[in-house]
Design a protein around this ligand. Structure first.
Ligand code: FAD
Length: 514
């Protein structure tokens, strides 16, 4: 994979490819990795709108030890309108903030169109523009979907999830033995496990992280690309290059049009396969801009309504410093997982907060302040959608987004049940810092799904088939959380990457059998 930091004089947009991949987050990287492994002679061109901010390309910014350098990488990921003030580089800052338009480091919000009159909207809808996408800023929680979160028409889903865990470097053990983790799990289990099947009981959260002698190393898209992609002489990654449209001739994709954001030059890259992995909001944007507008495009948009609570663990003694050389949130109390069930359609994640979000008198045992985040499965509606305005453009010159989004009565009832459940979980652990949990503004989960959803048949309620190929456009694939058709409450990246594996295998088969 060639160096994406090449200076303008040195770089040329390729004139030809076998596969163009638009977007370099975990989903785009999964296509590059599988194709590098299974079709190594295929010429891969990965175009990414944002700059390369870390080494290797796509690496998690939390692995950057110097806080100023980390903050710079975050600012460079925040698109055309980065944070202007000094902001903390801690992604957990604001964990219990009620601010409706909270902008997390490394992400940027929609400047307009995030709410329509009379609707709830997605005030906190966010994106990242950098090599690695949001995958350079994420928390790395990788739970498996369960019960109705699963996609019932994919009989190979477990194999795909295994493969996604391999690509993301997921482990349930990395922090399971953190000093306070077993106490947290034991208390949650005693309160919540009754009636759950073994796979749905409280357990350590599978995390995309590995322990090394020098500390924790968080997986970003760099881990997904892997050495297989990095050493592939036929793969090219071009940062600061915006795909403005995909090109279609009849029922077949023929390439992509790309703008070099450093020079302003535009070029068509002919290719028999194009994968649009540009996140759940911008993947439908690229299709819309290209005139590819199946009825379900942008629809069934769902964000996981999120409720949070902070608790001080009761009766815990200070433990020896468990620092692994890493300053992040998880060293003492790990990350615990309360899985989704159909009866309780939300999923819980309990993790250490670095500092108390509210002032506390007296000494605090390190690691004893934990945040509980409960994510709910949305009641899916076709009317919840990202639409596009052909008369207005966004900061990138692409059709401006118009979000239509409302919570239903069922969503409000689920949030109410989740509120009671999070209070029960909190009581099992210790004393609440605030008596009432906080419902985050819609969009804050950063888990947007459904906008290019997969379907078993082309009945107008899906955008692509089970291999992620857009209905009626051969060679055009969509990738990322937008492909997930079910209402999940679990963090979606693992599932999104699993579906990308399926699509990439299909392209690899097509390239190697012809
Ligand atoms: P992205 O990672 O968003 O990448 C898409 C890329 O496409 C971007 O880099 C973008 O610049 C590029 N792009 C867009 N349009 C174009 C275009 N026209 N041309 C070229 N490039 C384009 N998920 C979890 O599962 N677990 C978690 O614990 C978790 N925690 C999170 C915490 C934070 C603070 C954040 C920010 C996110 C978190 N997420 C989590 C979400 C997770 O990061 C995303 O699910 C994941 O990154 C999605 O991967 P993707 O490749 O589909 O999209």
């Amino acid at each position: 994979m060639t160096d994406p930091t090449a200076t303008p004089g040195e770089r040329r947009l390729p004139t030809d490819a076998d596969v163009v991949i638009i977007g370099s987050g975990p989903a785009g990287a999964a296509y590059a990795r599988i194709l590098s492994e299974r079709a190594p002679s295929a010429r891969l061109v990965i175009v990414e709108a944002g700059p390369c901010v870390s080494t290797p390309p796509g690496a998690h910014v939390k692995n950057i030890a110097d806080p100023d350098e980390r903050a710079r990488a975050q600012r460079r990921s925040e698109g055309p309108r980065p944070h202007v003030d000094d902001v903390s580089s801690d992604t957990m800052d604001g964990y219990t903030s009620a601010e409706a338009r909270l902008q997390r480091p490394g992400t940027f919000l929609l400047t307009s169109g995030w709410r329509q009159d009379g609707e709830d909207g997605l005030p906190a809808a966010a994106m990242s523009s950098n090599v690695g996408g949001m995958g350079a800023h994420w928390t790395g929680a990788c739970p498996r979907p369960g019960e109705s979160e699963r996609i019932d028409f994919l009989d190979d889903l477990d194999d795909l999830l295994d493969e996604a865990e391999r690509l993301l470097g997921v482990s349930a053990d990395a922090l399971a033995d953190a000093p306070l983790a077993s106490t947290v799990r034991a208390r949650l289990s005693a309160a919540l496990d009754d009636g759950r099947t073994p796979d749905r009981r409280v357990q350590p959260m599978p995390l995309a992280v590995r322990r090394t002698d020098s500390g924790l190393v968080w997986s970003g898209a760099d881990v997904v690309f892997g050495d297989e992609t990095r050493s592939n002489p036929n793969a090219v990654l071009i940062d600061e290059a915006l795909a403005t449209r995909v090109l279609v001739d009849g029922e077949r994709v023929t390439g992509a049009r790309v703008r070099d954001l450093r020079t302003g030059e535009e070029q068509e890259i002919p290719s028999p396969f194009v994968v649009v992995a540009a996140d759940s909001l911008r993947t439908p944007q690229v299709l819309h801009a290209s005139g590819i507008r199946p009825p379900a495009l942008g629809r069934y948009l769902n964000d996981q309504p999120q409720i949070v609570h902070a608790v001080r663990l009761r009766d815990v003694d200070p433990v020896a410093d468990a620092s692994t050389g890493d300053t992040t949130i998880t060293a003492q109390s790990g990350v615990s997982w309360v899985p989704f069930t159909d009866a309780l359609p939300f999923h819980g994640q309990v993790m250490q907060l670095d500092a108390s979000p509210v002032p506390i008198e007296g000494d605090i045992v390190p690691g004893s302040i934990v945040g509980l985040g409960w994510f709910c499965a949305k009641d899916l509606q076709a009317s919840d959608r990202v639409a596009f305005d052909d008369g207005e453009v966004d900061d990138y010159g692409m059709p401006a987004m118009r979000i239509h989004y409302t919570l239903t009565d069922r969503d409000r009832a689920t949030l109410d049940t989740a509120r009671r459940a999070i209070l029960e979980a909190g009581e099992s652990l210790g004393e609440a810092l605030d008596p009432e949990p906080l419902v985050f503004p819609a969009g804050a989960s950063l888990h947007y799904q459904g906008t290019v959803r997969m379907g078993a048949v082309d009945d107008g309620t899906s955008v692509c088939d089970s291999r992620s190929q857009v209905w009626g456009v051969r060679g055009l694939h969509v990738a990322g959380n937008g492909v997930i058709p079910t209402a999940t409450a679990c963090n979606p990246t693992l599932t999104g990457v699993a579906l990308a594996v399926r699509g990439a295998r299909h392209i690899a088969d097509a390239l190697t059998t012809h």
